[in-house]
Design a protein around this ligand. Structure first.
Ligand code: ATP
Ligand code: MG
Length: 646
């Protein structure tokens, strides 16, 4: 693999990194050759101000250029003779449900959707909201918007009507694209019924959606919801009859591409706005280098839903910008059993898998047999995103899933950053389990102390980024003041990530958790990730979440929620062993005072632990949970309350 890798070793990475930061214009201009520009930019490549003291924050890249992301994802490959290459192998929720789409077929679908949208008056700058499961029609609808300059806002098809209505009211679309409903694992989900309820809420707040396009999956009679005459149309009647050709709209580099609401781990989701050219390049370049993707031979599979940024950059855009073949999976990793992912790997000869620590830990808990019953011989690279991956989970992923032969790319980035920021390059970056390793090209991370001073060498503090990068968000939709306040006010002159991190003697970055979650015990500042990873080292612990609770002497004491491996029963010996494990790995000061058994943890719908909810449970203030609209399963709160003190 290393022989044909895009970056062949650490020395080459360092040389390219050096150039990307010392001469970013030359570096990005060279990378920009990979795509079609209808019109070239006028230098300089980046025009920006990120220091609030120097006036309003603004970021522009490739000013003066015109391009189109959908053209670069589809037409460019077809014109190069690759129209018959498989763009997507789609695997449905139930085994045996499958579809295959070539690049040409996908382009036709995209054009039909685009023509339908145009017939409704959707044009440059119009907002379109999507609320669907992961079917090919979803990325196709995203690309249809990109083709005509409309701005998509995908809302994960697991959100409630209330949460969906909030996002619709924020972006005020005239059109919503949805499906009748589908199965998620063993459970039917009535997507259209949820849209109906959401639109009713929107009406009450004065916004009327004029058109709802409904993909026919499960019959409405089975899953609920109804078709409102004049507003709702089925895919078959509206889209299938449209022409397969739709001219590309050439768009300025900074034309808005999409809005996406963050996952809400820390509070109310923000409508993150990304634009055309910089985002496109960030998606392309990271997909190419971080997954070392070889479009002619790889079969790539990112398990994320298009409702999250990972599903935008690494399902809808990145792989298609490269002309790669990918797997799209509508279902869940544990249906019909915990071996599903590895059965999919064998079925499509998947070479690259990209998933989240929450899934890795959930599958680890079920035992190795679900993995080892499949060959997985095609795999050559594994990826992780979304949360810090505990070293123990990393090792399981590496040894059991990857058979010890596949590098793991632990990619740190955010909805706001658009693309990977700190990540290994496979074959080039020596790995350390639990570290996202080194910055990607053009990214200049800094670690700051509380006062905003840049720390040098090995250190621990707040992670900020020094200079704008192409795929950076441009604003919070409709609220530029919130954008400046959230990301540029705490540390003047830097982009503030909200995450804490440690840099070791090799210059490697270790994300220690969110700054809001940092623990302060007897004057020691401790990141949540470090204590949690120590707990997960215990063979019976599969997942842990720690929070601080008020303590009269120490300031805060550590309160740990612990999920055990399937089949392990909690008892006092185990409690003592878990505490001893933390004492041994980190030190006595980090030992939790309380272990709270947690059959499940409160998570966002993208699978991230919501520690702010746990803080309330630990403090017996579960009546003050705040915004829980992004909580995946609200019932875990009650279960945890009942187990308190047990
Ligand atoms: P909100 O901003 O609304 O609270 P969120 O931060 O969970 O939600 P995302 O943009 O989906 O929304 O997640 C980005 C965050 O996820 C990062 O700031 C970081 O805390 C965490 N994260 C992502 N990837 C990694 C990783 N590889 N290692 C450690 N943490 C990660
Ligand atoms: Mg965030």
């Amino acid at each position: 693999m290393v022989a044909k890798a895009h970056v062949k070793g650490l020395a080459q990475y360092k040389e390219m990194y050096e150039r990307s930061t010392s001469d970013p214009d030359a570096f990005w201009a060279e990378q920009a050759d990979a795509v079609h520009w209808e019109k070239k930019w006028t230098p300089p490549l980046c025009q920006s101000n990120i220091d609030v003291e120097n006036g309003p924050v603004h970021i522009s890249w490739f000013v003066g250029a015109e391009t189109n992301v959908a053209y670069n994802c589809l037409d460019r490959h077809i014109e190069a003779g690759l129209g018959d290459r498989v763009a997507m192998y789609w695997e449905g929720n139930d085994e045996g449900e499958e579809r295959v789409l070539t690049y040409s077929e996908l382009k036709s679908m995209v054009c039909r959707i685009a023509n339908y949208l145009k017939s409704l008056g959707v044009k440059r700058g119009s907002d379109v909201t999507m609320y669907m499961s992961l079917v090919p029609e979803l990325p196709a609808a995203m690309l249809a918007c990109a083709r005509i300059g409309a701005v998509h806002s995908v809302v994960f098809g697991g959100f409630s009507a209330e949460a969906l209505s909030g996002r619709i009211l924020d972006s005020q679309p005239n059109v919503v694209i949805t499906s009748s409903g589908t199965m998620r694992g063993p459970k039917p989900i009535g997507l259209k019924a949820i849209v109906d309820d959401a639109l009713e809420i929107c009406e009450k707040h004065g916004h009327t959606v004029q058109h709802v396009l409904v993909l026919e999956q499960l019959p409405l009679a089975e899953v609920g919801g109804s078709m409102k005459p004049g507003r709702d149309v089925t895919w078959r009647e509206a889209v299938d009859s449209q022409s397969d050709e739709c001219p590309v709209e050439w768009l300025p580099a900074e034309a808005p591409l999409f809005k996406l609401y963050t996952s809400g781990s820390t509070g109310k989701p923000k409508g993150v706005l990304h634009t055309t050219a910089g985002y496109m390049l960030g998606a392309l370049v990271t997909t190419k280098y971080v997954f070392d993707l070889q479009p002619a031979t790889d079969v790539y599979w990112c398990t994320a839903d298009c409702g999250w940024i990972t599903g935008h950059t690494y399902v809808a855009y990145g792989p298609m910008l490269l002309g790669a073949t990918q797997v799209l999976f509508e279902g869940v990793p544990t249906w019909p059993d915990a071996g599903r992912c590895w059965s999919i790997v064998d079925k499509y000869k998947v070479t690259i898998v990209y998933t989240a620590p929450t899934a890795i830990r959930a599958l680890h808990a079920k035992g190795d047999a679900y993995v080892t019953r499949y060959s997985r011989a095609s795999l050559r690279l594994l990826g992780s995103v979304g949360e810090p991956i505990n070293p123990e989970a990393w090792r399981w992923y590496h040894q059991v899933v990857g058979g010890g032969r596949c590098p793991i790319v632990d990619t740190w980035w955010q909805t706001e950053t658009g693309a990977h920021m700190i990540t290994p390059l496979p074959g080039a970056t020596p790995l350390k389990p639990g570290s996202a390793t080194l910055p990607f090209f053009g990214v200049e991370p800094v670690v700051l102390d509380d006062k905003g001073n840049e720390l040098q060498g090995p250190c621990e503090g707040v992670l900020c980024i020094k200079k704008p990068w192409p795929s950076m968000m441009r604003t919070v939709a409709g609220d530029h003041a919130r954008f400046e306040q959230t990301y540029f006010s705490a540390y003047k002159g830097y982009y503030f990530t909200g995450d804490g991190c440690r840099r070791d003697a090799d210059g490697y970055y270790w994300i220690t958790g969110r700054v809001d979650d940092v623990l302060n015990v007897s004057g020691h500042r401790i990141g949540t990730a470090e204590v949690e990873s120590a707990l997960v080292e215990h063979p019976s612990c599969v997942e842990a979440a720690v929070v601080g609770v008020e303590h009269p002497i120490k300031g805060q004491s550590i309160y740990a929620f612990v999920t055990l491996m399937t089949g392990v029963e909690p008892n006092d010996t185990l409690r003592k062993e878990l505490i001893a494990t933390v004492r041994k790995i980190i030190g006595p000061f980090a030992a939790p005072d309380i272990i709270h058994w947690a059959p499940g943890l409160p998570k966002t719908r993208s699978g991230k632990i919501m520690r702010r909810v746990l803080r309330k449970i630990a403090a017996k203030e579960e009546d003050q949970l705040g915004d829980t609209s992004t909580l995946a399963d609200p019932s875990v709160v009650q279960v945890l309350v009942e187990l308190r003190g047990k």
